[in-house]
Write a protein that binds this ligand. Structure first.
Ligand SMILES: CCC1=C(C)/C(=C/C2=NC(=C\c3[nH]c(/C=C4\NC(=O)[C@H](C)[C@H]4CC)c(C)c3CCC(=O)O)/C(CCC(=O)O)=C2C)NC1=O
Length: 184
């Protein structure tokens, strides 16, 4: 598992050169508090995000909870909720580290094959991950929509920078995209 610092050391070592991307590491340090706020925005809302994403996935495809569906019976429903939570947790680890290797090595490696063997439908999993991607962007920007969140609407109140945290939102989105492409 690597983070932004160990990644730059490993990359430099591979070409037997000194560490060269000091400027990007400097930016990583400078935006550290923003990164921690982003991780907190996801982690503090994780159980709400997971249950909403899986509920949304099922609303759109109710066969999942009927006999023969992969969220039926309750044992599979529980496994599905657990998996969505695992994925979200590893995305927060990658976001904290500024590197996708923890997500790749400990969560996504072999997941597509496991799902194929168990009959877990990839398209439905991808849909749940897409919903979590949208939720994460809203929470990092601290702009969850009233229409979608209803009575569960929660504003964190952490400082939001001018670009509404576009760069950290883009980075978080890239980790969700990584999950989606690993399963597709
Ligand atoms: C640390 C990383 C890690 C991951 C990612 C992981 C995933 C994982 N998900 C599994 C099962 C499962 N995963 C699902 C998930 C779903 N079913 C659906 O219809 C939805 C589309 C989806 C939820 C979004 C289900 C239903 C099972 C149980 C399948 C079965 O036993 O038939 C299994 C098989 C063993 C078990 O049931 O516990 C593994 C290994 N385990 C790990 O240790």
């Amino acid at each position: 598992m690597l983070d932004a610092f160990s990644r730059s050391v490993v990359t430099a070592d591979a070409s037997t050169s000194p560490v060269s991307d000091i400027a990007s590491l400097k930016a990583f340090v400078a935006s550290g508090n923003r990164r921690l706020d982003a991780v907190n925005a996801i982690a503090s809302n994780a159980s709400c995000m997971v249950s909403d994403a899986v509920a949304g996935m099922i609303c759109e495809n109710q066969g999942l909870i009927q006999a023969g569906g992969n969220c039926y019976p309750n044992r599979r429903m529980a496994a599905c909720l657990r998996d969505a939570e695992i994925v979200l947790r590893y995305v927060t680890y990658a976001l904290l580290a500024g590197d996708a290797s923890v997500l790749d090595d400990r969560c996504l490696n072999g997941l597509k094959e496991t799902y194929a063997a168990l009959g877990v439908p990839a398209t439905s999993t991808v849909r749940a991950v897409q919903i979590m991607k949208a939720q994460a962007a809203a929470h990092i920007k601290d702009q969850p929509s009233e229409a979608l969140a209803g009575s569960k609407l929660r504003i964190m109140g952490s400082p939001v920078v001018d670009d509404r945290c576009a760069s950290i939102v883009a980075e978080a989105s890239s980790y969700f995209d990584r999950v989606i492409s690993a399963l597709s």
